[in-house]
Design a protein around this ligand. Sequence first.
Ligand code: TYD
Length: 156
Amino acid sequence: MEDRDVRLVELPTVESGVPEAVGAISVLTGGEDCPFEIKRIYWIHGGRKDEVRGHHAHRTLWQLMVPLAGSFDVILSNGAESRMFRLASARQGLLVGPGYWRTIVVRSEGSVLMVAASAAYSEADYIRDYEEFLAFRKSLRGADELSRTDGRVRDA
Ligand code: TYD
């Protein structure tokens, strides 16, 4: 999968910063560490090991996922290929653009996944049916073809 809107982002991290302390501070600045303005932050927590969530895609939403504690596997599919990201470091975020079917697996008890999102919650932005997702992906590819040809449909 070579999609440009799915990638791991290294978050600026201050090591310790305080004498005698070994902990670190990682920072997520909207517009700098993620390419969208953050409108909402939510976190997934309290899940049991191996619990599975997700099973949907978003039409327009951008997200940046940071495992604040523990670890998660995030499997993303563009309809043709899928890729798994193991999120286990609070120093990194996973950027996910619109149009990716996601499956999220809680890898350890006590894990907390923070998600910064580009818009307020809207059920209308969700695609929860896989066939509908594939049709949405196909419509995106059609739009791409048109923009590459200046709106002129190429000869077959
Ligand atoms: P959903 O995004 O489907 O969860 P996950 O991808 O983690 O499995 O959301 C689960 C439920 O929570 C759904 O009924 C909508 C609700 N919800 C909100 O009300 N506000 C929110 O910001 C989010 C993310 C979910």
